[in-house]
Design a protein around this ligand. Structure first.
Ligand code: NAI
Ligand code: MG
Length: 502
């Protein structure tokens, strides 16, 4: 059974975890068809935090049927004007703000991240995303298009395009930013007028379930948003393969992304993917180290390195390499590791025992291949899933820790001699999600930005996100973009209408 959470936390959050959470289908809170439940854990202690209804194929079938019904032509959702739809989405953003403390506490309890970070970043960014998308509902315009059909008397043509919602959308999200990933997915889908079945990650289902309550409170019609918690291999796989789902949007591992593509082939549903990364972060000789050193530390240690865009390969000009490694290592050693609810904590536990084992496995593999730790390198304590902020040196390009996504607070620092040597090394990865450049020479910055194969390039900053800025990957980091109007377009179909008139 769920353990009691300490009483000096937000009372609403404490109450939320004290009850077995149900799933939302067609506006109603239901147990799983099978009656099964599963535990979600507190990563700071390894104890069960709450029990949650375990969705499976049958629940996904019900949720998809509800979403399909809510998408019918004469449904309340489809009859709603664009402006009314926008106001609902805006209201949801405001409700998120109103419940900041509760949502941030749930996020910290379920994922492990510092409460201070969830309060300052995850929750307000989620609210802002909905408000940004709310403004688009009234701006989804098509075009009028001149045709060149040869003239015959009595047959002229008027042609235009409509942007219509893609339909019923399945969305599968990960555990690193549980609420924010739900917002990134739901925001554009709702703005476009789609209906949705959302499956949160099994490690962190709570904030999405609380968000679902706020969605109902905002007044979205039944069935527009359905939330089915459960495991990837069961609920997730059923959603990806479902023949009545028009689009699947996925964020998670590249490995599962490839499985989603195969599962989607059955009915050729549209697919967007936001997958892994191994992002190069480059510090040039002329960088302002006052900002570059803390910037490089935060690029990897933010969210405990559990970011798809983490700056995990730090390339440093050989002339300043020792100084930078020393500086970033000092930062790493200063970081306060502890439970997310402690206000002094800067780096919380990893999300799960599985991630702890995965990250420690990478550390061991690095050491066995000859890498050394300039800072950190070990697990912390026996309780919870804590790992020290780690700076690895003495690495070689072909090592696993340089090639593979670790998804933990581990950066590999690599010296380079000149840009001719840097560029092929930086681009030598199957991923292409993000990159960072630190330099005071704006010419060099833009020329390197143009040559890096990555969906986002940050110059003299890192991990800056904005609802208006598209985010997504080149190469095996994914298909399509999240946020910005590009995300919205990926939730619409273009209909060309061509009419003959005399
Ligand atoms: P995962 O890719 O297995 O999980 C992400 C989501 O996909 C979860 O909701 C999960 O339930 C679902 N899922 C899993 N298998 C599925 C299937 N067969 N069909 C449909 N849905 C499925 O990621 P996992 O195992 O939690 O983490 C493994 C690694 O993936 C991490 O170490 C990290 O490298 C990467 N990852 C990347 C993320 C990103 O933001 N791009 C987020 C989470 C993990
Ligand atoms: Mg997995």
């Amino acid at each position: 059974m769920a353990t009691t959470v300490s009483t000096n936390i937000d009372a609403n959050a404490a109450q939320f975890v004290a009850q077995t959470r149900k799933m939302l289908i067609n506006g109603k809170w239901m147990a799983a068809a099978s009656g099964k439940t599963f535990p979600t854990y507190n990563p700071a202690t390894g104890e069960v935090l709450a029990m949650v209804a375990e969705g499976d194929k049958e629940d996904i079938d019900r949720a998809v049927a509800a979403a399909r019904k809510a998408f019918e032509n004469d449904s309340p959702w489809r009859r709603m004007t664009a402006s009314e739809r926008g106001r609902l989405i805006w209201k949801l953003g405001d409700l998120i703000d109103k419940h900041t403390e509760e949502l941030a506490t749930l996020e910290s309890l379920d994922n492990g991240k510092p409460l201070t970070v969830a309060r300052a970043a995850d929750v307000p960014l989620a609210a802002e995303l909905f408000r940004y998308m709310a403004g688009w509902t009234t701006k989804l315009e098509g075009n009028t298009i001149p045709l060149s059909v040869p003239y015959t008397p009595g047959a002229r043509y008027h042609a235009y395009t409509l942007r219509e919602p893609v339909g019923v959308v399945g969305q599968i999200i990960p555990w690193n930013f549980p609420l924010l990933m739900a917002a990134w997915k739901l925001g554009p889908a709702l703005a476009a007028g789609c209906t949705i079945v959302l499956k949160p990650a099994e490690q962190t289902p709570l904030s999405a379930l609380r968000l679902a309550e706020l969605i109902m409170e905002a007044g979205f019609p039944d069935g527009v948003v359905n939330v089915v918690p459960g495991y990837g291999e069961t609920a997730g796989a059923a959603l990806a393969a479902h023949p009545d789902v028009d689009k699947i949007a996925f964020t998670g591992s590249t490995e599962v992304g490839k499985m989603i593509v195969k599962a989607a082939a059955g009915n050729l549903k549209k697919v967007t993917l936001e997958l892994g990364g191994k992002s190069p972060n480059v510090i040039m000789k002329d960088a302002d180290l006052e900002i570059a050193i803390p910037g490089a530390a935060s690029a990897i240690f933010f969210n405990h390195g559990q970011c798809c865009c983490a700056g995990s390969r730090l390339y440093v000009d050989a002339a300043i390499y020792d100084k930078v490694v020393e500086g970033v290592s000092e930062q790493a050693k200063k970081i306060k590791v502890g439970p997310g609810l402690d206000p002094a904590t800067q780096l919380g536990p990893l999300v799960s025992d599985e991630q702890l084992r995965r990250v420690c496995g990478y550390l061991e593999s690095g050491f066995s291949e000859g890498a050394k730790a300039a800072a950190g390198g070990h697990k912390v304590g026996d309780k919870g899933y804590f790992v020290e902020p780690t700076v690895m040196v003495n690495t070689k390009q072909n090592m696993k820790i340089v090639q593979e996504e670790i998804f933990g607070p581990v950066v590999t620092a690599i010296p380079y001699k000149n840009v001719e040597e840097l560029l092929p090394a930086a681009n030598d990865t199957v991923y292409g999600l993000a990159a960072g450049i630190w330099t005071t020479n704006i010419n060099k910055a833009h020329s390197l930005a143009a040559e890096l194969r990555a969906g986002t390039v940050w110059i003299n900053c890192y991990n800056i996100f904005d609802a208006a800025l598209p985010f997504g990957g080149y190469k095996q980091s994914g298909w399509g973009r999240e946020m910005g109007h590009e995300a919205l377009e990926l939730y619409t179909e273009t209909k060309a209408v061509c009419a003959r008139y005399a």
